[in-house]
Design a protein. Sequence first.
Length: 107
Amino acid sequence: MKLIIAIINRDDANSVTRALSKSGFSSTRLSTTGGFLMAGNVTLLIGLEESKVPQALEVIREHSHSRKQMIPATTAVTPNAYAPANVEVTVGGATIFVVDVEQFQRF
Ligand code: 2BA
């Protein structure tokens, strides 16, 4: 058994969880915050059989979109006085970890 930990954009969360559910995957949704942008995102926990991992990843991929976001260039990041005030970063689609599950119990 595997556990997919998927960090996705808040704006994609409903669409991803609906599509997962429609495809027969259970998921738990956590409200999380990215350590870099300090902006809200959503982390999904999806427990599933190893053989189903590719299918679940495809569903997540289909419904997660990357976005360009402007962030303030702090002096710590760009000490140059002529540096732009904002810097563009590309966020997502989804950041995925697939980990082994040692035991799965439901009481
Ligand atoms: P944040 O940490 O808020 O990062 C948002 C976006 O900012 C990242 O998008 C990346 O484009 C950029 N970024 C992050 N750290 C940076 C740095 N030190 N310098 C320059 N740019 C940086 P994504 O890579 O798509 O990540 C989206 C969210 O996924 C992250 O939000 C974080 O919550 C999570 N994440 C990404 N990589 C992770 C990792 N290795 N471990 C745990 N969580 C991760």
